[in-house]
Ligand binder design. Structure first.
Ligand code: ADP
Length: 387
C-alpha cells in the first residue's frame, strides 16, 4: 500500500495522518508524552479506534521512536505499507517562504535559524522532520508553513511601530494558523466562489485561536503577530496584552523571561481567567462565575477583532467559524454574533443550535466549516509525487 504521511510534531507530541495517493484518509495517530511514559491513539480511515498494544516508555523515547511505534499499529491494517511522500507542518517559514517547500539540508538549516522566532515550536517541528528523514530516506518530503498564507500582508499589517531596523531583522507580524485558513479559502473557492472573491473573516477557534481577514482569497490581516501569543485569548495563552504589563512583571515582580513565557503560554487565557480549565466544554458546563468571565472575555475579544478585521477590508461579506470551538460550540458562536446586527450579522438561532453550515440570515453570511489542516499538507506532499 503506497501512502502519504503527514506529521505535526510538538515538544512532546506527534500527530500523524496517513493518506492514499488519491488523498483518502487511511488513518490518523496522536502520540502524547514523548520522552515520558508515552500514550498513543490511532484511528482508522472511518475514525474508529485501532487496538494499541501495551508499550513501554522506550517505544516513545523520542520523536523517531514514537513515529515507528505509531506506524507499527497502522501496519496491522496495511502490512505492505510504503510511505512514498511526507508532508510536515512547520510553524515558521520566516520572510522568505510563502509556499510549501521541498525539504533539503539547506532548507533545514534555514528553518533551524528561525528557531529564535518560535522557540517553543520550531525546534520540535524540525525534530519531527529529522525523524522522518531518517525513517524514510527515499521519500520526498515537504515543509508546509503556518506563516506562509499571510506572507503578502500590506506593510501596515506586517510591521510594528518600532525603529525600522527591527522590521529588517524580521520582527514582524507573521500570523499563524495559515494551513487552516488555506483550507477554508480553498473550500470557499470550491463551494462559494462569490464569497471567495469577496471579504471574509475566518475565526479559527481551537486550543489556539486566531482570526484572519481574507479578501479575494488572500490574507490581508491576522490577529496573531510576531508570535502565536497575540490577538485572541486562547486555551492557555493570554492573547493581546499591553507590553507595559511585561515590563511591570520584570521590573516589579522580578520575573525572568522563562517565567513570563510560562505565564503567557501555559497559565493564561481561558485557564488563567477561569482558574478552572482551558477546555471550553468544561467552562460551558460550569456554573462558576469565573468560567462565565472567561467565556465573556473570549467572545468579547472575538467581537472586537471582528470589527477591526472587517474595517481592514472596508467591510465584510461573510464570517466563517472553524476549529474545535468554532465548529462545535453553539454558545460561543451565538455570543460572538450577539449585538452584531450593525455589521450585518443576524444569527439564525435554530440553525446555529443545530450546528448547521449556514447559521445567519442577515446580509453578512455566517458559516461553520470544519477545517482540515492535514489535507492541505497531504495535498502539498501529493504534488511532490507528480513534480
Ligand atoms: P487544537 O488547537 O488543539 O487542534 P481543537 O481545534 O481540537 O484544538 O479545539 C479544542 C477546543 O475545542 C477545546 O477548548 C474544546 O473544549 C473545544 N470543543 C470541542 N468540542 C466542543 C463542543 N462540543 N463544545 C464546546 N467546545 C468544544
Amino acid at each position: 500500500m503506497r501512502a502519504i504521511l503527514t506529521l505535526n510534531a510538538g515538544s512532546s507530541s506527534l500527530k500523524l495522518g496517513l493518506f492514499s495517493e488519491a488523498l483518502e484518509t487511511l488513518g490518523t495517530g496522536h502520540v502524547d508524552r514523548i520522552g515520558g511514559e508515552g500514550r498513543l491513539k490511532v484511528l482508522d480511515g472511518q475514525g474508529q479506534p485501532l487496538p494499541v498494544p501495551a508499550l513501554g516508555p522506550e517505544a516513545f523515547a523520542r520523536h523517531g521512536a514514537a513515529l515507528a511505534t505509531a506506524l507499527e499499529v497502522f501496519r496491522v491494517d496495511f502490512p505492505a505499507l510504503e510511505i512514498v511522500a511526507v508532508g510536515h507542518r512547520v510553524v515558521h517559514g520566516g520572510t522568505r517562504h510563502g509556499a510549501p517547500e521541498r525539504i533539503t539540508e539547506a532548507l533545514m538549516q534555514e528553518l533551524a535559524a528561525l528557531a529564535p522566532f518560535a522557540p517553543l515550536h520550531q525546534p520540535h517541528n524540525l525534530a519531527g522532520v529529522r525523524a522522518a528523514l531518517e525513517a524514510f530516506a527515499e521519500a520526498p518530503q515537504i515543509a508546509c508553513f503556518d506563516t506562509a498564507f499571510h506572507r503578502n500582508h500590506p506593510f501596515v499589517n506586517d510591521t510594528f511601530a518600532l525603529p525600522r531596523s527591527y522590521y529588517d531583522k524580521g520582527v514582524r507580524r507573521y500570523g499563524f494558523h495559515g494551513l487552516s485558513y488555506d483550507y477554508i479559502t480553498g473550500e470557499l473557492a470550491r463551494t462559494e466562489p462569490a464569497l471567495h472573491a469577496g471579504r471574509v473573516v475566518v475565526a479559527h477557534l481551537g486550543s489556539g485561536a486566531s482570526m484572519c481577514a481574507i479578501q479575494g482569497g488572500r490574507s490581508v490581516a491576522s490577529t496573531m503577530g510576531f508570535s502565536a501569543l497575540d490577538g485572541l485569548p486562547m486555551g492557555t495563552r493570554s492573547g493581546q496584552i499591553d507590553p507595559g504589563v511585561l515590563l511591570y512583571l520584570m521590573d516589579q515582580e522580578g520575573m525572568t523571561s522563562a517565567q513570563i513565557s510560562d505565564l503567557l503560554y501555559k497559565d493564561s487565557g481561558l485557564k488563567g481567567l477561569s482558574g478552572i480549565s482551558n477546555d471550553m466544554r468544561e467552562l460551558e458546563g460550569s456554573d462558576d462565575p469565573h468560567a462565565k468571565d472567561a467565556i465573556d472575555y473570549f467572545t468579547f475579544r472575538i467581537r472586537r477583532e471582528l470589527g477591526g478585521l472587517a474595517a481592514s477590508m472596508g467591510g465584510i461579506d461573510a464570517l466563517v467559524f472553524c476549529g474545535g470551538i468554532g465548529e462545535n460550540s453553539a454558545l460561543v458562536r451565538a455570543r460572538v454574533c450577539e449585538g452584531m446586527e450593525w455589521i450585518g450579522i443576524t444569527l439564525d438561532a435554530e440553525a446555529n443550535a443545530a450546528n448547521a453550515r449556514e447559521i445567519a440570515h442577515g446580509p453578512v453570511r455566517v458559516l461553520t466549516i470544519p477545517t482540515n489542516e492535514e489535507i492541505v499538507i497531504a495535498l502539498a506532499a501529493q504534488a511532490l509525487l507528480t513534480a
